[in-house]
Design a binder for this molecule. Structure first.
Ligand code: NDP
Length: 239
């Protein structure tokens, strides 16, 4: 299916995986909106991505700001065809030492934020009788790393949210899916670069290519979930 002229929102599109997916969508002829909390980061990304991208400052954990983002998308474009629920954060800590604030922050961005954006997108997509939502999960949503309880729980939660929304979407022509990356070299690895380098990294362009493949299926077809890994990443097996 051609993605030309589709209207796509990429949350957290000012950096890393979100920016790479925004770039891939622009190459397919989409109208792309990126959001995030940091206006400077979004402006920098816009300079890189070119004039066909619009940025909107939005904290995805703030219900009012999320509602305003989707109202602006409807005012400006009159539709929303694609949501990439990508905004996210990680926090490394042993569960018994983790501050409750840290737990809540991670769950709030990775899970509650994804729910709020999906809810607003689905209101529009139900009226359109079409739409695609890709949640950016993680292989930590399938297999935990040590010192990663909040992130792991948030990404397992996102898997559950994906299945529930895919079920609700099917009567309305809406496809909801999840893309689980292994290690990708982005800011999320700040302070832990050594692990990512040792285990291997997926090039950002490959995440963009996979997202486009998932979005380009025939309207009645959904790739419910996909896993993308560096060949060298320790994930499968017991040694
Ligand atoms: P980045 O830190 O580069 O990107 C995270 C983005 O999320 C930023 O642009 C940030 O923008 C945005 N963001 C964070 N909190 C909020 C918020 N409350 N509201 C709106 N935007 C927010 O890391 P990645 O690109 O690596 O991460 C993107 C996604 O990919 C995440 O969901 C992550 O869990 C997932 N992922 C990453 C992997 C990796 O190895 N890199 C592996 C598996 C999954 P701002 O600061 O402006 O708000």
């Amino acid at each position: 299916m051609s993605l030309s002229d589709k209207v796509a929102l990429v949350t957290g599109g000012g950096s890393g995986i979100g920016k790479a997916i925004a770039k891939a969508l622009l190459a397919e002829g989409c109208k792309v909106i990126i959001n995030g909390r940091n206006e400077e980061k979004l402006e920098q990304a816009k300079t890189e991505l070119g004039s066909n991208v619009e940025s909107m400052v939005c904290d995805v954990t703030d219900e009012g700001q999320v509602e305003n983002t989707f109202s602006s998308i409807i005012s400006n474009y009159d539709r929303c065809d694609i949501l990439i629920n990508n905004a996210g954060m990680a926090a490394k800590a042993k569960a018994h030492e983790m501050k409750y604030e840290t737990w809540k922050k991670v769950i709030n961005v990775n899970l509650n934020g994804a729910f709020l954006c999906a809810r607003e997108a689905m209101k529009i997509m139900i009226k359109q009788k079409s739409g695609r939502i890709i949640n950016i999960g993680s292989i930590s949503g399938q297999m935990s790393r040590p010192e990663n309880a909040a992130y792991t729980a948030s990404k397992f939660g996102l898997e559950g949210l994906t299945r529930a929304l895919a079920l609700e979407g099917r009567d309305h022509g809406i496809a909801v899916s999840i893309l689980h990356p292994g290690n990708v070299g982005t800011d999320i690895w700040k302070g832990r670069e050594e692990i990512a380098e040792r285990e291997g990294l997926i090039p950002l362009e490959d995440i963009g290519k996979l997202a486009i493949t998932m979005l380009s299926m025939s309207p009645n077809v959904n790739i419910l979930g996909s896993v993308i890994l560096p060949i060298t990443q320790p994930y499968l097996g017991r040694g």
